[in-house]
Design a protein around this ligand. Structure first.
Ligand SMILES: CC(C)(COP(=O)(O)OP(=O)(O)OC[C@H]1O[C@@H](n2cnc3c(N)ncnc32)[C@H](O)[C@@H]1OP(=O)(O)O)[C@@H](O)C(=O)NCCC(=O)NCCS
Length: 87
C-alpha cells in the first residue's frame, strides 16, 4: 500500500566518490536489495533506500527517508526514519 510519490530504490545510481562519477555505470554504485513484507503501508513521498527490509504490517510515515531495517508491525517516520511506535 504505497502513497503517492513513494520512491523505492535498490541503488544509489552514482558512486559516492566524485572521481569518474559521470562516466561510471550504475553497476559502480552501491546497491542492495530492498525487501518489503506483506500489508506494509508506506506514506506519501517516503523514500526507501538500498538494502532496507521492511517487516510485514509496518507503517512508514509520510516523507520518511528509510535507511535501516524496520521490524514487523513497527511505525517508522522522519529523516532518517526512526521507530516511533510498535503495534
Ligand atoms: C547519501 C547516500 C549516497 C549515502 O550512502 P552510503 O554512504 O552507503 O550511506 P549508508 O547507507 O551507509 O548510511 C550512512 C548513514 O547515513 C544515513 N543516511 C544515508 N542516507 C541518508 C539520507 N538520504 N538521508 C538521511 N540520512 C541518510 C544512514 O541512516 C546512516 O546513518 P547511521 O550512521 O546513523 O546509521 C545514500 O544513502 C543516498 O541517499 N543515495 C541516493 C539514492 C537515490 O536517490 N538514488 C537515485 C539517484 S538518481
Amino acid at each position: 500500500m504505497f502513497g503517492s510519490e513513494v520512491v523505492v530504490t535498490d541503488t544509489d545510481f552514482h558512486p559516492v566518490a566524485p572521481e569518474g562519477r559521470r562516466a561510471a555505470s550504475v553497476a559502480a554504485a552501491s546497491m542492495a536489495p530492498v525487501l518489503i513484507g506483506n500489508e506494509v503501508f508506506i506514506g506519501a513521498r517516503a523514500v526507501v533506500l538500498k538494502g532496507v527490509t521492511i517487516g510485514s504490517g509496518a507503517v512508514i510515515g509520510a516523507a520518511a527517508v528509510v535507511t535501516h531495517d524496520v521490524p514487523p508491525r513497527a511505525i517508522a517516520a522522519g529523516n532518517p526514519a526512526r521507530i516511533i511506535a510498535q503495534m
